[in-house]
Design a protein around this ligand. Sequence first.
Ligand code: COA
Length: 163
Amino acid sequence: MYRLTEETATDWWEVEAIYDLCFAPGREALSSYRLRDGISAVRELSLVARDEDGILAGAIRFWPVRIGKRPALLLGPVAVHPTRQGEGLGGYLIQESLETARENDWKRVMLVGDASYYGRFGFNKLEGVEMPPPTNPERVLGQELVEGSWVGVTGMVQKADAE
Ligand SMILES: CC(C)(COP(=O)(O)OP(=O)(O)OC[C@H]1O[C@@H](n2cnc3c(N)ncnc32)[C@H](O)[C@@H]1OP(=O)(O)O)[C@@H](O)C(=O)NCCC(=O)NCCS
């Protein structure tokens, strides 16, 4: 019913529009955006979902970050158009992109979000991993794509080094 493809330059404005629709105004003031400024999204993990008519129904983006010298993926934003929510599309976008992340040898992924939603995909609260303030530490969640990959990884989340 939905087709997932890598986001391209021509999708960009539509993806921005769906994020504007789904998130509170001022989303770009969130601390997670400071980690994205000037850094490209991870192209092969940033997906758009379109229906049979080509209408954009949801999107997910990922950015590279680091904790000390350890690289990690920052999942998000992910959003599903309000008229399409609750059909499993958010889960589909998350699971497909994480599968590709595993295949591409990423070891760990994190996000800022609700544990009650992301817990079902294997995300748990990260201890000792700090997002730039103001971020509620209860919402800093992570998942190991390789067993043990978050063990001993603590400190401030920083921007990936610019290419
Ligand atoms: C969060 C979001 C991406 C989920 O997409 P979706 O396609 O509706 O999700 P799914 O169909 O895979 O899952 C739906 C389930 O998630 C639950 N859910 C959605 N958002 C939730 C949240 N913030 N906290 C807890 N549960 C949530 C729904 O209640 C539903 O539960 P059910 O399966 O028990 O009925 C979508 O609701 C959305 O775009 N929301 C606005 C933007 C947003 O909050 N993005 C996430 C930032 S943390």
